[in-house]
Write a protein that binds this ligand. Structure first.
Ligand SMILES: Cc1ncc(COP(=O)(O)O)c(C=O)c1O
Length: 371
């Protein structure tokens, strides 16, 4: 029996002694100061004023439980994707759905397959389901190996996970690569595509995963979010587009009937309607991303050619001390969260002044660390 401090017999093995890392934690020296938050791939702009009005109006109904099926929002999403409302499950951010997707498809001892380099949260997902994980090495440029994602599937594989664009690389799959994965993944394997950065990929001229995965014969789920291009990370609203009602209902069971806040649907509807504001966010993002890339190029640094709102940069020295020294200067960036690239840092785009702060802090820190 555990004593509350150490590993405890009453928890399942995979939940014993786990740590907790709070990514939004503010350090004492950061309190009350303007910090460049470039570590969490957030949108640096506030939500559209129309969204704020919609939230205020909807807030008067917060005494009631929300309709977790979001009928009005589903109508718009159906119009844009062709996926019927019965096949859309909403979640408290798409993060909540990632775990649920793994839980409904793969049990302890069964196999799931995923690229080796993925968003660090997936480590937690793997741990929750306690599955055997096949990690498919990424190509040398860190892009996902589409052929490897198909050939690595075994008899025991229940779930295949791909991310496009991927985090922390910011790289997306081509239409051809996506087609290869959709067609090559067997019909008894659930194909899960994380498309949290969908709007950025489309803005960059990339493929729309839904248009491709719809032709697949086997089961699939695509997740998207309002956290990034719609500036609503604090609202916690993501959704899963599913190939069947059965998968959707399984996700609803694995999450909760009242999964969303009561203002989420109204906010999302207003955000989708304000296309000018989304375009503004995407255009600003591209401009600041280009400024970061140019600044890095001038410093002689190489980087992954991200299409998203974050970028992984090779700083040429150990990344941990660089991240800490940047933070001491009021610029929060992160390590990419996987072992193989100990000299990469990941930075999100910010406001123009954040780009200025980032580039000047990085120049100073690298001069210091390599000197
Ligand atoms: C690849 C990827 N998927 C999903 C998410 C989750 O976003 P949210 O839970 O805010 O919808 C993130 C957030 O950074 C991400 O990078």
């Amino acid at each position: 029996m555990g004593d509350g401090n150490g590993p405890s017999g009453y928890l399942r093995n995979n939940f014993r002694g786990v740590g907790f890392w709070n990514p939004t934690h503010i350090l004492p020296h950061e309190r009350g100061k303007r910090i460049s938050r470039m570590d969490l791939n957030e949108c640096p702009y506030p939500p559209s004023p129309k969204v704020l009005d919609a939230i205020q109006e909807a807030a008067t109904g917060l005494n009631l439980y929300p309709d977790g099926t979001c009928p009005q929002l589903s109508e718009i999403i159906t119009e844009r994707t062709g996926v019927p409302g019965s096949n859309i499950c909403y979640g408290g951010g798409s993060t909540q759905l990632l775990t649920a997707i793994a839980e409904i498809s793969v049990g302890p001892g069964e196999n799931l397959i995923a690229p080796d380099i993925v968003w660090r949260r997936f480590q937690g997902v793997f741990q929750v389901v306690d599955a055997e994980v096949t990690r498919v090495p990424n190509h040398d440029d860190a892009s996902i190996d589409a052929a490897g994602m198909v050939s690595g599937i075994g008899n025991n594989t229940r779930l295949s996970i791909v991310l496009t664009p991927n985090n922390p690389t910011g790289l997306m799959l081509t239409e051809q690569e996506l087609r290869h994965i959709c067609e090559g993944t067997p019909e008894n394997v659930l194909l899960f595509i994380d498309e949290a950065y969908h709007e950025f990929a489309i803005h960059a001229g990339g493929p729309d995963a839904i248009e491709i995965v719809k032709d697949r014969k086997g089961p699939w789920v695509v997740t998207r979010t309002f956290s990034k291009a719609y500036a609503l990370a604090g609202l916690r609203l993501g959704y899963a587009l599913c190939s069947s009602e059965e998968i959707t209902n399984a996700l609803r069971l694995a999450t909760s009937t009242f999964n969303l806040s009561g203002v989420a649907e109204a906010a999302a509807l207003a955000a989708l309607a304000d296309t000018d504001y989304t375009q503004f966010i995407l255009d600003e993002n591209t401009r600041e991303m280009n400024r970061i890339k140019e600044g890095c190029w001038e410093m002689g640094l190489t980087y992954m050619n991200s299409v998203t709102n974050f970028i992984s940069i090779d700083v040429g020295v150990e990344n941990g001390p660089v991240v800490r020294a940047m933070r001491d200067r009021g610029v929060r960036v992160s390590t990419p969260g996987y072992d193989a690239t100990g000299t990469y840092i990941r930075a999100s785009t910010g406001l123009p002044e954040d780009t200025d702060a980032f580039l000047s802090a990085l120049k100073e820190v690298l001069a210091e660390q390599s000197g």
